[in-house]
Design a protein around this ligand. Structure first.
Ligand SMILES: Cc1cc2nc3c(=O)[nH]c(=O)nc-3n(C[C@H](O)[C@H](O)[C@H](O)COP(=O)(O)O)c2cc1C
Length: 201
């Protein structure tokens, strides 16, 4: 975690062009920028990494894994959204975190994730708003070593007409929920920064 900059990484776990999860993240990205931080948006279509396999690892870690590692090392926060597929997060998302968790990728285990402030997001056309995959995502992120207080956001009954053509929410209620969520999130990152600065002296 890099406390010296004000950049948040957002990762969408859906590869779909018109993904609701990506639209929600884009809407959140705009709110983060309005509140004074910069962002790095990760579209996993740009990271075609093979399924984790120890044999491939022995031959050499795919270079894209290191690209993502370097993006994460320089962030002060991480926001991840995932579709719910049969109650689980997407396989492509799980795969990238499996690669990033390997000791051969990080000098020290969990270097990328230690203490990182995160938000777990799920959007679904179903009425439960991907609640099960949000829980799975929280377990995974905690296992990787992020700050245990993970915020969450769920969107039920997702549909295209909830968003404008720039992927901004059209619904005032959701805009307000996101505004408050991001305000609380950035406040927790800022107070972590103050604590760290005090401990350094
Ligand atoms: C294989 C598969 C399994 C799914 N399982 C669930 C599920 O368990 N719960 C749910 O709410 N939606 C489920 N869905 C519907 C997805 O929520 C829906 O396709 C959603 O649009 C995917 O997210 P995206 O719009 O970000 O791509 C499933 C869809 C697929 C293709």
């Amino acid at each position: 975690m890099n406390i010296n900059n004000k950049n948040i990484v957002l990762i969408s776990g859906s590869l779909r062009k018109d993904s609701y999860n990506t639209k929600v993240l884009k809407s959140i990205e705009k709110e983060i920028i309005r509140q004074g931080y910069t962002t790095t948006f990760v579209n996993l279509n740009d990271f075609p990494i093979p399924f984790y396999n120890e044999d491939i690892e022995l031959l050499g870690i795919p270079s894209k894994v290191f690209v993502l590692k370097n993006i994460l090392i320089n962030t002060s926060g991480l926001i991840v959204s995932s579709p719910e597929y049969n109650g689980e997060i997407s396989a492509v998302l799980k795969n990238i975190f499996d690669w990033l968790s390997r000791k051969s990728v990080n000098k020290t285990p969990k270097q990328n994730f230690s203490g990182l402030k995160t938000i777990a997001i799920g959007a679904s056309p179903g009425k439960n708003g991907a609640r099960r995959s949000i829980e799975r995502l929280q377990v995974l992120l905690k296992t990787l070593g992020v700050d245990q207080n993970i915020l969450s956001y769920s969107l039920a009954k997702a549909s295209n007409d909830m968003f404008d053509n720039k992927d901004e929410f059209l619904i005032e209620e959701q805009k307000e929920i996101i505004k408050e969520l991001i305000s609380n999130y950035l406040t927790s990152i800022n107070s972590l920064r103050v604590d760290l600065e005090k401990s350094i002296g």
